[in-house]
Design a protein around this ligand. Structure first.
Ligand code: ACO
Length: 397
């Protein structure tokens, strides 16, 4: 086994690994990922089995606590989520102060960060058992309420309260759209949330760990994860994919033209939803999402031309030497937006939907970090600037 104390004692030469391509930053027991073989497991359970047979609350419990819950544990977990979902009035006001045109990711980051002002007990750097137990249920409850409140504000509607009788995804849809929730729609959302729940040391999870390693509180750590996820190269890709597909459709649907654009090194355009740092085979989540996409669109009797464009792009890209040579396959974001669109979620909220799914993963990473007593994250650099030189007063410059 790896002897961390020996590793800690080592100092000396600095490895330079820009973008952390080959650098492990921690040990973890949460998620296993084999990018060569396209394998993803949460706590040892294959993602395919969890997506097929589990539900999001159960998967969240599993990620956070390490084992699947008993029926009683799951019931208590769901009850705690519902019981702590109400937002403090001050947080509701903060959300309400944003203009309706604000991006939901900025609103979420601010609202999550603001929770630290309303729950001072969470600022205890010792992160007691009680806080650790409360962090996941409270945040899973409150983040979905925040998202729905902001969406309803943009629609000129007042916020609704969480309904403890509904499962996690049905409650979210009810909070958003108010009314009978279609079971197929809730199931499709639940599958998406399971697929997004954790993905080891990606940009946002690593950010949560870096911030948490300074013993910043859990709300600050998670808010940092939200902002890291926002960018187009990470979670922001799901919004960018839909906008790209829309652009291709408006342009007449000639996807070959966009494939050529993505290959052109003079052109900054990239095929959004394609490529992954770790998956050099296929992304197992993308396979499940593509199938779920077909199923839900058929059930809802939706013919979305964007799905045909996405499938066409994938077919052409997978045969193209440029993409083959670089192992570029569709990732989790390539088809997810088409499902969100079918569920009635506005495009600028897609990345916030990713937050909803990834929240238990980030929290599990934060908890593991604190329980492992991890050292503060503090990477080194290779200095490339000026050597020593003497200061000259401004009149002499
Ligand atoms: N379209 C066109 N070319 C691409 C793409 C793409 N989507 N992705 C990578 N490439 C090319 C690069 O230009 C580079 O080519 P080169 O070797 O000729 O210079 C090569 O493939 C390797 O790409 P890097 O950018 O070095 O790969 P990296 O591992 O750093 O980046 C990333 C991975 C960010 C996911 C990248 O593939 C990308 O930008 N994809 C599009 C955005 C996206 O879908 N992001 C979501 C990722 S999944 C997630 O975070 C939830």
């Amino acid at each position: 086994a790896l002897d961390i104390s020996k590793l800690r004692a080592q100092t000396g030469a600095i490895t330079l690994d820009i973008g952390f391509v080959n650098t492990g930053s921690c040990t973890s027991k949460i998620t296993f990922l084999d990018g060569e073989k396209g394998i993803l497991r949460y706590r040892g359970y294959p993602i395919e089995q969890l997506a097929e047979s589990s539900n999001f609350a159960e998967v969240s419990y599993l990620l956070y606590n390490g084992e699947l819950p008993t029926a009683a544990q799951l019931e208590a977990f769901n009850k705690d989520i519902a019981a702590s979902s109400k937002l403090p009035g001050g947080v509701e006001k903060i959300i309400d102060q944003f203009p309706g045109s604000a991006h939901p990711m900025g609103v979420l980051a601010a609202a999550i960060s603001s929770l630290s002002g309303f729950y001072p007990e969470f600022l205890n750097p010792e992160a007691t058992e009680e806080i650790k137990n409360k962090a996941i249920t409270q945040m899973m409850g409150q983040v979905k309420v925040m998202m729905a409140q902001f969406y309803r504000k943009t629609m000129g509607k007042s916020p609704l309260a969480s309904n403890a009788k509904l499962d996690y995804s049905s409650d979210f849809l009810n909070l958003m759209f108010d009314g009978e929730v279609d079971k197929d729609v809730a199931d499709a959302l639940d599958t998406l949330l399971i697929l997004h729940a954790d993905h080891e040391q990606n940009c946002s999870a690593s950010t949560v760990r870096v911030v948490g390693s300074s013993h910043a509180n859990v709300f600050a750590s998670i808010a940092a994860g939200v902002t890291a996820l926002w960018g187009q190269l990470h979670g922001g890709a799901n919004q960018a994919v839909l906008e790209m597909l829309e652009e291709i459709r408006k342009d007449g649907g000639d996807y070959q033209k966009f494939i050529e654009k993505a290959k052109d090194k003079e052109d900054p355009f990239r095929l959004m939803g394609f490529g992954h740092r770790v998956y050099k085979n296929f992304d197992p989540r993308a396979k499940i999402i593509k199938k779920a996409c077909d199923t839900i669109l058929e059930k809802l009797d939706i013919q979305d031309p964007l799905l045909d464009i996405a499938k066409g792009l994938e077919e052409v890209a997978l045969k193209d030497e440029y993409f083959v040579k670089r192992n570029l396959y569709p990732n989790v974001d390539f088809y997810s937006g088409i499902i969100y669109k079918a569920l009635g979620i506005p495009t600028n909220m897609f990345t916030a939907m990713f937050v909803l799914g990834r929240l238990p993963g980030w929290l599990s990473q934060w908890k593991e970090l604190r329980e492992d007593g991890a050292r503060i994250s503090r990477p080194r650099q290779v200095y490339m600037g000026e050597t020593e030189r003497d200061y000259t007063p401004v009149i002499k410059r």
